[in-house]
Design a protein around this ligand. Structure first.
Ligand code: SF4
Length: 173
């Protein structure tokens, strides 16, 4: 996996102060995407064990609320093994912190068994998430007033509440 950036003090992609990993590679190619350079699977630098350790170290301060993984597309099958591994490691080392992930795919369609981005690591990855922001960016539904998402079709899914309820439960932010 490649990544474009690690931000260690991000307040734009989830609640509180966060560490964010921008992975590379996206096949969604949404019209109006604000970072098309990240569509390439080899954009930026190679993600290594050192990158993972850097992220885990950056999560240590008490003022860091959690990790956000975005892109690019964390749920491309090429990226899922390393993203799932990172999410699992953060869950184990920092059980009090939350984990957000952004995807252009739709949870019940693309990331469910039989879906076009359901693979060996999908359930592991989803199981570690606190919030999943799903859906493509749709230019005609763009709304700058929405919290933590760009267009009104995108959902802030409360993954813990959804697991408990057995259906999709969204956050009202
Ligand atoms: S999913 Fe995100 S990174 Fe991919 S094209 Fe759409 S807006 Fe851009």
């Amino acid at each position: 996996m490649y990544y474009g950036a690690v931000k260690t003090c991000d307040v734009a992609n989830g609640t509180g102060v966060r560490v964010s990993l921008f992975v590379s590679g996206c096949t969604n190619h949404c019209e109006g995407c604000f970072q098309p350079e990240t569509w390439s699977f080899t954009y930026g630098r190679k993600y290594t064990q050192e990158t993972k350790e850097e992220i885990l170290r950056a999560l240590e301060p008490d003022y860091i609320q959690g990790l956000t993984v975005l892109g690019g597309e964390p749920f491309e099958l090429e990226n899922q093994p390393e993203v799932a591994d990172l999410v699992t490691a953060v869950r184990e080392r920092f059980p009090g912190k939350d984990i957000w992930c952004y995807t252009g795919f739709v949870l019940e369609e693309d990331l469910a068994p039989g879906g076009r981005r359901f693979g060996e690591y999908t359930e592991q990855l989803l199981a570690g998430l606190t919030v999943l922001v799903d859906g493509r960016f749709e230019q005609d539904k763009k709304n700058l007033g929405l919290a933590f998402r760009g267009s009104s079709n995108q959902r802030l899914i409360d993954m813990e509440a959804s697991r408990r309820a057995g259906r999709v439960v969204c956050l009202e932010l």
